[in-house]
Design a protein. Structure first.
Length: 92
């Protein structure tokens, strides 16, 4: 019995542009499925450690949206606000 495993290239994920996709590959996240396993927050933390320029809210929101299957601006306002607060707290 063959098992078909769906693999979605990270650059095919809504809200993940080529630069963010390249940065994700550098930390070993090359598919949407890998991002989902890691989780948006841990992925963002890995990006921050690897590339301090990725310490930005838009990257974190894009990752959260990707895991949810939507662009970041389609995340519910409360979710976006919670992420903003987490990012702010992580920077202090």
């Amino acid at each position: 019995m063959n098992t078909v495993i769906n693999v979605t290239p990270i650059e095919s994920t809504p809200g993940i542009g080529p630069n963010l996709a390249n940065d994700l590959r550098e930390v070993g996240i090359d598919t949407l499925e890998a991002l989902t396993r890691v989780g948006f927050w841990d992925a963002w933390q890995q990006l921050r450690r690897k590339n301090p320029e990725r310490d930005c809210l838009p990257s974190c929101l894009a990752l959260a949206g990707a895991v949810a299957g939507v662009r970041w601006n389609h995340l519910p306002p409360k979710v976006r606000a919670d992420i903003r607060n987490r990012v702010k707290a992580a920077r202090t």
